[in-house]
Design a binder for this molecule. Structure first.
Ligand SMILES: *Cc1c(COP(=O)(O)O)cnc(C)c1O
Length: 489
């Protein structure tokens, strides 16, 4: 049991606590330094799973004992996104710098809802950096949030207020008698539909516009859908384009969508969850042209930005609409010009949360220590690796590519008569082997092995290992399939 000084939770012996703290830091640095020697992921033994089914007991443990439990039952059985062989989903790898920044933030225990404090100023500094990064005007504002799902929801709410006025917060959408409709592509992330649902507009009011052969939103079809809805007496109000679709990493034609949104006076939102930060990569940034015309951009620092979870952002061209949507005038007009209650508006006036952690610190440390240029190179590098994987797939007769490789996501499969079954088996075998962890997606009915290269630690050797293991497991799965078929006869 941790010995505490009387009536507090602080240790009575700070020296002993310090030794234990240093041990914990060392263990975590060892973990990060030697990741490559460990499996990407490994199934959790039943005994470990059972260790999480204990009743709450009253006997406090020693800190060292709790940490030993962490090392034994938690650390080895995480998803594995810190590992260079993780390619399953668009998860960032995290960094040692981000980890240390999290520790500092936790020590400070800052609450960034508001008040006059340096942590809030630091978040404002980030907002300013991000605003310039996307060439947004000075009227722009933003807020750190948990992730892009939350940022997409916030953008739908703001677009609703921009259209109907702040009174909609009291009267609700129904009072307007307008039937709002929104647009995104069939490749959009589910969080756009969820945002429509949570905003009370309903996901039925989201039109899923088809995509072209590059998996990009078909802008001509979008124009037709808008015209059809208007003719039917509905009120189009919101378009969500995607930069980096979750399935294949496609970039919607932003400039053409911006043009159309401008003409139709619709809110132009960009879901750039992982892709928007490609503005940092000099070779990819030109392909994001048009993003600077968005009314709002949602993106994550915890994906391509490699900042530890969670770290999402919503950038809004005209922050007045953001205040109109979330600020409670009664509260913020009463604020002081001096003392702790100064510095209005506060972050809590820009989103639905009052208590907020110090996410800004790990982002600031990441940008400051690595520099935007290096972060951009990391992003470019993952795309170069994706092209390498694409080439390896194309030059291997047993494999075939299933989608264009626009950014860092490669969808391919092992050729087989029974391809969907065989490839599902290959992916499970890859994951359970600990060699590489891709995921699956279905493209035109074909089950694809999906490798999303996001982690800054991934190298060409990890790509080679993925290819070789895929071929080996493909052969085994094919043989087992034949045996099973033979036995079935
Ligand atoms: C990951 C992702 C999201 C969701 O972001 P979270 O940070 O997980 O909430 C939304 N859209 C796209 C395109 C994504 O890749």
């Amino acid at each position: 049991m941790l010995k505490t000084s009387e009536n507090t939770l602080d240790p009575s012996d700070w020296r002993a606590f310090r030794v234990q703290g240093h041990q914990m830091l060392d263990d975590m640095l060892d973990y990060l330094e030697h990741l490559r020697g460990q499996p990407v992921w490994q199934p959790m033994p039943q005994a470990v799973r059972d260790s999480f089914r204990q009743t709450l007991d009253n006997a406090p443990a020693d800190l060292a004992e709790a940490h030993a439990d962490f090392m034994k039952t938690i650390l080895p059985y995480a998803v594995g996104n810190t590992h260079p062989g993780f390619m399953g989903w668009v998860h960032g790898g995290g960094t040692p710098v981000g980890m240390l920044a999290e520790m500092l933030a936790a020590g400070l225990n800052a609450n960034l809802g508001g008040r006059d404090q340096a942590p809030v100023e630091l978040e404002r500094q980030l907002v300013q950096w991000i605003r310039t990064l996307f060439a947004f005007p000075e009227t722009a504002g933003g807020l750190l949030v948990s992730g892009t799902s939350m940022a997409n929801l916030i953008s739908v709410l703001i677009a609703r207020t921009a259209l109907l006025g702040p009174a909609v917060r009291q009267t609700g959408i129904a009072a307007s008698k307008l039937r709002l409709v929104a647009y995104t592509s069939t490749s959009a992330h589910i969080s756009i539909a969820q945002a429509m649902d949570l905003a009370g507009i309903g996901s039925d009011a989201l039109r899923m516009i088809p995509v072209n052969e590059h998996h990009q939103m078909d802008v001509a079809a979008l124009a037709v859908a808008i015209a059809t809805d208007k003719a039917a007496g509905l009120t189009p109000f919101f378009i969500a384009a995607t930069v980096g679709t979750a399935d294949v990493g496609a970039i919607d034609p932003l400039a053409a969508i911006a043009e159309l949104a401008g003409r139709e006076k619709l809110w132009f939102h960009v879901d750039g969850a992982y892709g928007a930060l490609a503005v940092l990569a000099t070779d990819i940034a030109p392909r994001l042209q048009g993003i600077e015309r968005a009314d709002s951009i949602a993106f994550d620092f915890h994906k391509w930005g490699q900042v530890p979870y969670d770290a999402g952002f919503i950038l809004v061209r005209d922050s007045v609409y953001q205040l109109d949507t979330f600020a409670s005038p009664a509260a913020y007009l009463r604020r002081e010009t001096r003392g702790l209650a100064a510095g209005s508006p506060w972050p809590c006036d820009l989103g639905p949360e009052l208590s907020r952690g110090f996410r800004a610190l790990k982002i600031w440390f990441t940008i400051k220590v690595y520099g935007p240029e290096k972060l951009g190179q990391i992003i470019s590098n993952t795309c170069t690796l994706a092209q390498y994987l694409k080439q390896r797939v194309e030059s291997t007769p047993q494999l075939e590519l299933l989608a264009p490789v626009a950014l860092n996501i490669v969808c391919f499969r092992y050729r087989s008569e029974d391809a969907n079954r065989i490839n599902a088996k290959i992916v499970i075998a890859l994951q359970e082997s600990g060699i590489a962890a891709p995921s699956t997606t279905t493209l035109q009915g074909k089950l694809a092995i999906r490798a999303a290269i996001v982690n800054h630690r991934t190298t060409a050797s990890d790509i080679d290992a993925l290819i070789e293991a895929t071929l080996a497991f493909g052969k085994i799965a094919e043989n087992n399939n034949l045996t099973t078929q033979a036995q079935g006869k």
